[in-house]
Ligand binder design. Sequence first.
Ligand code: TYM
Length: 333
Amino acid sequence: MTDKKKVLLSGMQPTGMLHLGNYEGALKNWVDLQNSGKYEIYFCIVDWHALTTAYENTADIVERIYQITADYIAAGLDPEKVAIFVQSDVKQHAELQLLLSMITPIPWLERVPSYKEKVETLGLDSYGFLGYPLLQTADIIIYRADGVPVGKDQLPHLELTREIVRRFNYIYGDVFPEPEALLSDAPYIPGADRRKMSKSYDNHICMGDPPDKIKKRVMSYYTDETKIHRGDSGHTDTCPVFALLKIYAPDEIDKIKSDCESGNTEWGCVKCKKLLADRIIEKFTPFREKREQLLTDREKLRKILADGAERARIRAEETMKLVRKALKMWSEQ
Ligand code: TYM
C-alpha cells in the first residue's frame, strides 16, 4: 500500500512584484517543499483578499497576478509539480467561507491582530475585511491541508483556522484535519524602517528590482541607533542590516559580528550596507532576467494558471461534497 501524500496549501496577495520578505519568509520554503517530492501542493494567488482593502482600485489586479506568477516560476516553482492558481477561479472557496461564517463568532474575527491594526490605521470597517481570515481559513481547509508554509506574521490567522476547524468538526463531524504552520528558516524579514518588510510600509526591496533601486533602499536602512560613531560597539541582535547579512553574507557574518560589536573602526555601517546591496544584487540578477523573460509570454502564464485552477477545483469540489453532506444540505440528500 502506498502512503497518501500530505497536502500543503499556501497563498499570497497579488501585490505585484514580490519582496524579500515574501521570498525568504515563504516562497523559498515553498520551492524546497515542492522539490522534496513529499507533498501534494496548492499555491493560490488570493485576488479576493486583495479586494478587502483595494476595493476602489481594482484595475491593477490582473497585471499583478501576471507579475506574481512570473515571480513564483522564476523563483523555482514548477507548475508540473504543484498547482498554481487564482483564488477567484475556484468558486468553492467562497461557498465554504459562507458556510463557515454561520459558525464563526464575530469576536473571534475582531480580535485578530491584523484586523485591529488596520481598523485603526486605515479606517477599514467592511464586512468583507472582517471576514478576511475566514476566507483564508476556507482557502486552506478546502484542500483539507495538513500544512501551511507561511511567514511568522500569518500565525494568528493559522490559529484562528485551527479553532474554526475544531468547531466545525465538533458540530458536524470530522471533515477537516487541523492544519499546522510550516515556518521557513527566516520567518521574519525586517524592512528599511525596522518594521516588518511590507509594501504597505514602503520599506521593502523587491526580488525583481533593478540594481540601483536595491542599492538606494539598502543604503536607507536603519542600523543600530546606539552605534553613532564607527568606534562605538554595535548591537547586532537588533540591527536589521545584520539580520539580512546573516542570510546574504553567511561567509562573512562571524567577522562582521565581532568587528561591529568590538567597535573596530575599520568596519562601519556603510560598509555593511554596501556588502549587503552587492550580495542581494548578485543573488537576484538571474532571477530578474528570468522573470522578465517569462512576462513576455502572457498566454503561457494564463495557461499555467488555468491548468492549476482545474486541478485545484477537483480537490475543492471533493471537499465541498463532504461539507454539504455533513451539513445535510439539499444537494447532497
Ligand atoms: P502576504 O501576501 O502578505 O504574504 C505572503 C507570504 O509572505 C510572508 N511574508 C513575510 N515573511 C517574513 N517576513 C516578512 N517581512 C514577510 N512579509 C510577508 C507571509 O508570512 C506569507 O507567508 N493572508 C495572507 C494571504 C493568504 C494566505 C491564505 C496565506 C490568503 N489565504 C491561505 C496562507 C494560506 C497574506 O496576506 O500574505
